[in-house]
Ligand binder design. Sequence first.
Ligand code: GLC
Length: 425
Amino acid sequence: MSLTQTAIDTLARNDRGGFTIPTAGLYPYQWNWDSAFIALGIATYDMDRAWTEIMSLLEGQWPDGMIPSIIFRSDDPSYFPGPSRWGKTLGPIPSTGVSQPPVLTTVVRQLTDAGGTRNAARRHEVFDRLFAFHKWFHDARTSNGIVATVHPWETGRDNCPDWNIGLDLMDVAADLAPYTRMDNKHVNPQYRPSQEQYDKYLTIVQFGDSVGWDQRRLTDEGPFLMADPNIHFILLRADKDLLAIARDLGKPVETLTQIEAWIAKGEAATDYLWSEALGAFTAREIRTGAFSTGFTNCSALCFYADSGTAEQRARVLDNLNRIAAKVDFMLPSWDPDAEGFEAQRYWCGPVWPQMNYMTSLGLAEQGHDALAMKIRDDLCRAIERSGFWECFNPLTGEGCVGSNFSWTAAVWLSWQHETKLEGVA
Ligand code: GLC
């Protein structure tokens, strides 16, 4: 069977009726940014089903505009922390109390870019909800002029060494309620976050619950506060895509002005993430101003967001070339020259499909075709060698953590069918 057919079958197998789980067992619910990438993949063969994926994700949106990282439509005992551990969250469906990188608007724009009345109707259908989601990030999460994050899980890059400087500043809650991890029952614990990290993740959850999931308080008073290039650059691009959609729909001038202000704020904040020492955009602890010390697979998303100066971009390219000489498969999630690199451990080294997708797209858009193709081809080679895994060892191409993974299948499909997308009805 062709890999493309296997990819379609993988998505069909993970379909739970209107929404798609990342993979059975390890992740039995709907995840925020997973669903956005999944929609991109499904749209290559079934636009209606792709749109349903987006609408089902929006069903979980909170009244304050946040779209949570996970929507719990059931309580699956094989997953922890499930709905009861997050406490009394504020959405229409039980969920987590933090969000995830807001790639959704960019996907909506891409899916509906061909124009026509049907696509216009789709844009119209979701515009206010997308606007509210962006507003939530800018209002509830801004700190020091940049959109910050309160939990490593919100960044989508759970245990990246980037977060150590923030986690080191916090203590595990003395009254942390006891719990049993489930993640390391599904996969080799060596690939998963450490126990101390897990205790801290749950300390933040307990704090959020203790303030009734008041998101402004969670940002201002919570135990963890960092700026993340992943959220920053994805939101900045998404703001630009939201503006394009707003113009296309003929939205009132106040709406356009508001989005333009968010973009200006984002462009100004890009510099905050610039580490001169590394010559790259890195995560930063907000209370101390400390920079992280490694180049990650979101450090080059300045191209995707079309942000940063020419000189900054040139140094980012130097870093990409340095790393390309060290690994067989681009783009590792943590710097192979930095302390803490582990080729098999989750966000400490492995290659992540959705990150290669965005990085490659941005590089291609900005005219860096050779690197864009390399980042794309390396992932395709890893998929051809190992199948549709959650992530891949950058030294060997071996699959890591979850198999039969939805976003890997979706990225594959989107690349295979890129040209066909425009014509999807
Ligand atoms: C892991 C990843 C996160 C993803 C989720 C579901 O937690 O770190 O980015 O959304 O799995 O695939």
